[in-house]
Ligand binder design. Structure first.
Ligand code: GTP
Length: 598
């Protein structure tokens, strides 16, 4: 075991600049996986990641590398996500590394998350290697991007690595560069064992798998360990490295990254950011751990079938193991029974949680309209935090309300400035600054209500700038607002889980959109179904779903019986995902569709 042969680094970049592709190339060249088993995007192992083509989870992997001089290295690297919602994953990955490869797409240049990820890496004193990717593309502007790296990022551009992760160009040179430039971990091997829990996951066959980076001492199978934060004690059953899957080694030393199993039964004992040490010879102080994440958006989730509540409870606990940014507490609704009120980092995070609960745990669930956290001041001087429409006090008791504001930084080619300014103004934005980065690109700074950014803003930003503008944001403060609770009535019944908190001026517009959406989601019944939007007793929007005339199976009469059976089965399958509201069947998709106002 030789520390000077270890390199721990992460790959960071703006979304789509090629991190996962580069990680795949590293793995391919290290030959830890046979060609036969090789498939694209190895590290994006969740189905959702493959389908959407984005990374959601940071993934650690260890590969061997023999340098040109014949020295064998152990490279531990982490592929991180690029989307704004998941920057928390990046900050965690960074804390177990000494270096970072900062990828910049040669056709796109420096974008918003290139900057925000660079700042994260600098805060942690990482050695940063700028890498220009996609040099194979005809539109690659290497000189232009070099200028941006020098000018916008303040990094020496002459030393930037030039690669094509897709074609495999420049990868060997990048390996050589990174083993030379990224420092080896500095760690005391003979000190008491000390490691950071940076992630964990639940394996249905093996139970809780803890991911850790060792800072001091060593860990081995059979060792008694102690989690300093949760004050819990376990014995390590199995321990090893991340290859493709887990590779048992029995022992790991300071500076290394790996996993262990310890027959952990109480899932809440495992906290990301906790320090794990030797039980008999503990280290003195815990590692600093991670900053608590602040959820940006809240929504409640319920099982479609109320009997599944216990299953949902177990699933939430396991999901939390692998997603430290998820926060939740118990909740209940008239229409939907028991569930959880959850905090998410953004709408994409919410969608991912929904999909993971359904795919990994086989649950059918319903989400309520997401909301930011409002501060509502009552006439009696009290302040309450309102995260869901159900928390909203009666309007006669309210003095005034406050909503969270963000500072948004948008980087765009100059030709889209006009479009972006109109979009921001429409979203109640206040322009604060406009900085020309060079002749072709500008950074626009806006202050905007977070609630406006949550819905459709990102998609609109991309569409008005033909995909060229990029965007990043930080929460700044709370400001006065005019808040109203919009209720949705289906066949005269208010459905508590469809209610939304809205800026009063936008209420009528929002209500019309939601009603229209619902007419598309709800199937025709034997009777006409009115769908209405209301604030208090005041109806502000209305649509109708016309009554059904024919029996759906009618067209199969005389036809083949198996076709008819298939149709009925399909309906039954659909029913499982239906929620009855009064005498109307509401499909699960209706709950999410109302959030998307396109
Ligand atoms: P997120 O993890 O979602 O932030 O994305 P990412 O940075 O991991 O990007 P990914 O590796 O998924 O690549 C995005 C797209 O760029 C994919 O379609 C890749 O095939 C493509 N791509 C990546 N590297 C190269 C390259 O060197 N040349 C070309 N032509 N395309 C590339």
């Amino acid at each position: 075991h030789d520390l000077s042969r270890i390199r721990n680094f992460c790959i960071i970049a703006h979304i789509d600049h090629g991190k996962s592709t580069l990680a795949d190339r590293f793995i391919e060249l290290s030959k830890i996986i046979s060609e036969r088993d090789y498939k694209d995007q190895i590290l994006d192992s969740m189905d959702i990641e493959r389908e959407r083509g984005i990374t959601i989870k940071s993934q650690a992997v260890t590969i061997p590398y023999v340098s040109g001089e014949g020295v064998e290295y152990q490279l531990n690297f982490v592929d991180t996500p690029g989307h704004v919602d998941f920057s928390y994953e990046v900050s965690r990955a960074i804390s177990s590394c000494e270096g970072a490869l900062l990828l910049v797409d040669a056709t796109q240049g420096v974008e918003a998350q290139t900057l925000s990820n660079l700042y994260l890496a600098l805060e942690h004193d990482l050695e940063i290697i700028p890498v220009i990717n996609k040099i194979d593309m005809p539109a690659a502007d290497i000189e232009g991007v070099k200028h941006q790296i020098e000018h916008d990022l303040g990094l020496p551009a002459d030393e930037a690595a030039l690669i094509s992760a897709k074609m495999g160009t420049g990868i060997m040179e990048l390996f050589e560069k990174l083993v030379k430039e990224i420092p080896s971990p500095s760690a005391q091997e003979d000190a008491p064992a000390k490691a950071l829990v940076f992630d964990s996951h639940y394996d249905p066959y093996r139970g809780v798998v803890v991911h850790f980076r060792i800072f001091e001492g060593s860990f081995r199978e059979g060792q008694e360990i102690f989690f300093m934060g949760s004050e819990s004690r376990y014995t390590i059953d199995e321990l090893g490295r991340f290859r493709i899957g887990l590779e048992r080694t029995g022992k790991l030393h300071a500076g290394e990254v790996g996993y262990f199993l310890a027959g952990i039964k109480t899932i809440s004992d495992i906290r990301v950011g906790d320090t794990v040490t030797d039980y008999k010879h503990p280290c003195k102080e815990a590692l600093p751990g991670f900053m608590d994440v602040k959820p940006m958006v809240y929504s409640s989730i319920y099982p479609v079938d109320s009997n599944d509540y216990q299953e949902l409870a177990a699933a939430m606990e396991k999901l939390k193991l692998n997603d430290a940014s998820l926060v939740y507490e118990k909740d209940s609704s008239l229409a939907l029974g028991f569930g959880y009120k959850c905090g998410f980092l953004g709408l994409l995070h919410l969608e991912v949680v929904q999909e993971r609960l359904e795919r990994e745990f086989g649950l059918s669930i319903v989400f309520t309209a997401p909301s930011v956290m409002y501060e509502v001041y009552l006439l009696n001087g009290e302040m309450i935090q309102v995260e869901t429409p159900a928390d909203m006090p009666e309007s006669s008791k309210i003095d005034y309300s406050m909503e969270p504001y963000i500072k948004a930084s948008i980087i765009t080619p100059t030709e889209y400035i006009g479009n972006l300014i109109s979009l921001c103004e429409e979203k109640r934005g206040i322009q604060k600054d406009m900085i020309y980065l060079d002749e072709k690109r500008v950074e626009i700074i806006y202050e905007m209500p977070l609630a406006e950014v949550l819905f459709e803003f990102y998609d609109r930003l991309k569409s008005v700038s033909r995909g060229y503008a990029s965007f990043d944001y930080d929460l700044i403060d709370y400001r006065r607002t005019d808040l109203a609770k919009l209720d949705i009535l289906i066949n005269g019944n208010a459905v508590d889980t469809l209610s939304q908190l809205v800026f009063r001026e936008n209420a009528a517009y929002r209500a019309r959109k939601v009603c229209k959406k619902l007419t598309k989601e709800i199937a025709r019944h034997q009777f006409q179904i009115p769908i209405q939007g209301a604030i208090g007793n005041h109806i502000i929007a209305r649509e109708n779903i016309r009554a059904l005339r024919k029996d759906v199976t009618a067209k199969c009469y005389g036809g083949d019986i198996s076709r008819k059976r298939k149709l009925l089965e399909k309906q039954k399958e659909g029913k499982k995902r239906m929620k009855m509201v009064g005498n109307v069947e509401l499909p699960q998709s209706a709950f999410l569709s109302v959030l998307k106002t396109d």
